[in-house]
Design a binder for this molecule. Structure first.
Ligand code: BV8
Length: 254
């Protein structure tokens, strides 16, 4: 933890003077809200469902009932959870950046809406949202849904089946998300990757774009990851405590 304490003051100083901040978050930020990470899922209690097998269009085509039940269980779990200190600290940091005229963009891989519920405003859901479902036939989206669905797969009001409005493996990220990310990364001078194993593309490559733009790069995680070598600074520890300490040190109004 001593290296993290030394790095914390350096990162807080970078945050105080940054003109354009990009934050990428992954499942680790929601872990302290009680939502299992994907890594946990492969070993943890989600292990009865392998995300890599279920988060695909092929799995939905082959067994829409199983896939939609898994996603509805995750939707209900997300709705039952509350944002944690890490989500709240990121909202404070965004407010402090905005107040001094700096740009702040939060690119989240998480589909649980907890950043928005914590007060983050400039959030780009690069992998979609589990609380929004869409018709597999027309693409029409629906936010007002039964909690939970009475049966699986849920029929769509517009004639097909309802599927979660998330990006599955093998599906392209939404153009609006890719365009927002590309613009933010081109302009950023400070880049954070928080609570992500950094293995899923194209988000895994965002740190390279940030470095190409000349940004300082910070990885916040419990442990080193396969991407750690790409980062100039690391803050090791649970994101709730680390981000709260960072928001306090950088002057984010509690
Ligand atoms: C695409 C939504 C093209 C659904 C998700 C290049 C090279 C190799 C492969 C590819 C490539 N380009 C594309 C691919 C294929 C694939 C891919 O990357 N595969 C991987 C496995 C190699 N990518 C895709 O398919 C993407 N699509 O590229 O399309 C295309 C173009 C045109 C036309 C058609 C197609 C789409 C990828 C999106 C998949 N959808 N989610 C859902 O949620 O179910 S991915 C999902 O898994 C998450 O969104 C996230 O991205 C990923 C999990 O990663 P993390 O969030 O990092 O979570 P993880 O559990 O792994 O790690 C948690 C971390 O937190 C750990 O490091 C842990 O230490 C830390 N932690 C835990 N607790 C805490 C903590 N840290 C701090 N505090 C704590 N308390």
């Amino acid at each position: 933890m001593s290296e993290t304490i030394r790095n914390l003051s350096e990162v807080a100083e970078l945050l105080r003077v940054a003109r354009s901040v990009v934050v990428v978050t992954g499942a680790g930020v929601s872990a302290e809200s009680g939502i299992p990470t994907f890594r946990d899922a492969l070993e943890g209690h989600w292990s009865r469902f392998n995300p890599r097998e279920l988060a695909t269009p092929e799995a939905f085509a082959e067994n829409p009932a199983r896939v939609t039940q898994w996603y509805d269980e995750r939707r209900m779990a997300a709705l039952a959870c509350a944002p944690n200190a890490g989500h709240e600290a990121l909202a404070r940091i965004e407010q402090a950046c905005t107040a001094r005229g700096a740009a702040f963009v939060l690119l989240t891989q998480n589909v649980d809406k907890l950043h928005q519920r914590a007060g983050s405003r400039n959030v780009v859901e690069v992998h979609g949202s589990i609380t929004r479902w869409r018709c597999s036939r027309t693409g029409e989206c629906f936010d007002e849904l039964p909690t939970p669905f009475p049966s699986y797969p849920p029929p769509s009001p517009s004639g097909g089946l309802l599927r979660p409005d998330v990006v599955w493996f093998g599906e392209a990220l939404p153009d609006h998300a890719l365009n927002a990310a590309a613009k933010a990364l081109r302009e950023c001078d400070l880049y954070f990757a928080i609570g992500t194993s950094g293995v899923v593309w194209p988000v895994a490559g965002f740190v390279l774009s940030a470095k190409a733009a000349g940004a300082a790069t910070v990885e916040v995680n419990l442990t080193d990851t396969d991407a750690t070598y790409e980062f100039g600074l690391t803050l090791r520890g649970p994101s709730g405590a680390v981000l709260t300490a960072l928001a306090d040190a950088a002057g984010g109004a509690p």
